[in-house]
Design a protein around this ligand. Structure first.
Ligand SMILES: Cc1cc2nc3c(=O)[nH]c(=O)nc-3n(C[C@H](O)[C@H](O)[C@H](O)COP(=O)(O)OP(=O)(O)OC[C@H]3O[C@@H](n4cnc5c(N)ncnc54)[C@H](O)[C@@H]3O)c2cc1C
Length: 305
């Protein structure tokens, strides 16, 4: 089921057709407050009022012209401007291909550089999402260039990739912000762990390592997972290693396990919710379905009156 859904996420013909189906649009509401930024900001304000941080992502990836990347960057600058009147700055989380990484790495760097500077002006951060495996090395290179200029930039690393321990070793000396996730794409066994047990074990080892680095200073860590048992296990090791809970942020996606996130927040973990919005939600939404096939039943139930 996961493989089929991830294939559907990449299929261009389905990408054109499925978003037109009204019941699918209704089902996306579970994971997205709406398609426009106004709806995302209303959701963000409610989360901030509950003491949570908010990451904001406008959905879209793999652009075909640099003009589209310019428009995406302008959109995120407007979001950062909107932070000026808010009690807690929102942190944009961007896909490098949405800023043109496929087309012109220099233009992508220039956009990220200017967004990171703007984020610093309003007390915010800029996060780089991690896409499928061909983009990992270019995204790391982009991140290293940005981190050399800005302390307020973070990157997502995927625990399912066999290379990730080496990437953590590579980034730790530059004082990174790292959001650790399991990984959402269909990667071959030669480069990625494929079973749930292997991915969770890799995640736990990396997370404990990052927690210890956060304790020693200069590293910001976000556990980007809804796997609450795994977070609790990591917290046990972190407690034993003297890592203050305030150093272990937990990041979850809007609409998934919100009550559990609030419980972790009450237990002293800083909580952040990533709010996604936008009209280009199809591949992102299919990846959410692939993470939990029970979501397909939820989507199908939307057909019923
Ligand atoms: C803040 C954040 C940012 C992310 N950024 C990236 C990124 O940049 N690149 C990338 O490759 N991946 C990203 N991901 C996705 C990530 O890689 C996983 O695919 C996703 O989080 C599912 O794995 P899990 O850790 O939640 O654990 P799982 O073991 O998949 O899930 C644990 C439990 O959480 C619940 N759950 C998980 N997913 C869903 C869902 N879709 N619907 C309903 N319930 C669910 C279920 O109850 C499940 O049993 C991000 C995830 C988060 C939370």
């Amino acid at each position: 089921m996961r493989t089929i859904l991830l294939w559907m996420a990449r299929n261009p013909s389905l990408q054109r057709r499925i978003p037109r189906l009204a019941f699918v649009r209704r089902a996306t509401r579970r994971f997205m407050p709406g398609e426009d930024v106004a709806a995302a900001l209303v959701a963000a304000d409610a989360l901030v009022a509950r003491g949570q941080g908010v990451l904001l992502t406008r959905l879209g990836e793999n652009l075909t012209s640099l003009a589209e990347a310019d428009a995406v960057a302008a959109h995120y600058h407007a979001v950062l401007d909107a932070c000026r009147t808010r009690p807690r700055p929102i942190e944009p989380s961007v896909k490098p291909t949405q800023l043109g990484l496929d087309l012109d790495a220099e233009a992508t760097f220039a956009h990220c550089d200017s967004l990171a500077r703007h984020a610093a002006d309003v007390g915010s951060w800029l996060w780089l999402d991690m896409e499928s495996s061909p983009y990992v090395e270019p995204t790391l290179v982009l991140y290293e260039r940005l981190r050399a200029l800005h302390p307020n930039v973070g990157i997502c690393l995927q625990a399912y990739l066999r290379r990730t321990p080496a990437d953590v070793r590579r980034l730790l000396p530059i004082g990174p912000g790292i959001r650790l996730v399991k990984g959402a794409y269909d990667e071959p066994a030669a480069i990625a762990y494929r079973t749930r047990a292997e991915v969770s074990a890799a995640y736990q080892t990396l997370a404990v390592w990052l927690a210890e680095a956060a304790r020693d200073g200069g590293v910001r860590v976000g556990l980007g997972t809804h796997d609450v048992d795994l977070v609790r296990r990591i917290a046990m090791f972190a407690d034993a290693a003297g890592v203050p809970r305030a150093k272990l942020e937990v990041h979850m996606l809007y609409g998934i396990r919100a009550a559990e996130l609030r419980r972790l927040q009450a237990d002293g973990f800083p909580a952040c919710t990533l709010v996604a919005y936008g009209v280009s939600w199809y591949p992102w939404y299919m990846r959410r379905l692939a993470e939990r096939p029970a979501n397909v039943l939820f989507a199908l139930r939307q057909i019923l009156p």
